[in-house]
Write a protein that binds this ligand. Sequence first.
Ligand code: HEM
Length: 331
Amino acid sequence: MKRNLITSSITALLVIAGTNGFPNAVANDNVVKANDFVELFEKLGGKHPGFRKAHARGLCASGTFVPTSNEYFNKAALLSNGVLPVSIRFSLGGANPNSDEKTPGARGIGMQIKLPNGALHTFTGNNFPVFAGKDPQTFYGFLSTLVPDENGKRDPARTMAYIQNNPSVQANAMWNKTAKTALSYANTEFFGIHTFYFEQPNGNKTKFRWHIEPSLGVKTLEKSEAAKMPTRFLADTLAQQLNDNTVSFKIMASLGEPEDSDINPSQQWPSERPQVSLGTVTVKSSGGDECKNTNFDPNILSSGFTPSADPVLRMRSATYAISFGKRLSGQ
Ligand code: HEM
């Protein structure tokens, strides 16, 4: 009994320690590094050389972006160059490229819009509106509770305790609890979650968070319906929808007030914030591997746009770069 207690305490310490050997990665700011995330993702989803270390399972698509000009994004190059080409990747959360598409949970979108001068603008978001943690340390601590033990078993009590002790994880945990399986990528809404800024030529700054609304509406599968689906259906469903319909997504910006946090992605802004459209992405084709070697880093922005100082947003660039480098070199 005593031995078990000691073993589990050591295991807990090792899990929280990550790779850098510091035992209190959760408590100590700036201890969690980008590479710790990559290694943690591999512990959670396995090692899959050549694949993205998160959102490993995905589907490329391409389309066009038709901008909506408006006063808050006045003279943005993104919105004043007419119709632009977009490279898209839809994905399932997790590090396993063979994930079961019947499983409820995270679905992602990466969109890179190419401007005539070669500049890129990236929108990379998920289907949940709020992030699991106010900073990278909290998120890392949360994910660490999901690592299975040596017998492949998770410890839900440990995860529950972490959620209880870390309020900034709670809104996302609530979302996860009720999340259903997406019927199709074309029926999924996506949220940028972080705050971005656009500086107008007159110096005024627009503070915003973006989200994406599907033209075909949000549709999910009940548990019993999902159970009847094959393990893989998202590519075929989207291909069928592209045959039958116009599949498009409206990119909306919620305009922030001074009191709305620009550094905490676990804090949602009030729903009554004004919203303006940035434009519409219409998906024209899907399949192939055009997006395979793309890094959908959310900090790659076109002229006039800047990221906020959100530490999770910053951590994303560093982690995506490591994942990108690894997968391009077959690791
Ligand atoms: C500390 C927080 C986060 C870490 C460490 C992280 C890490 C990663 C990594 C390593 C990849 C693979 C990158 C590549 O190989 O190209 C990835 C992909 C992705 N992440 Fe994150 N992420 C974080 C937060 C988020 C958030 C907040 C969102 C949504 C708003 C998000 C959405 C996505 C999506 C959609 C992809 C797939 C992009 C693609 O298709 O290439 N991630 N993430």
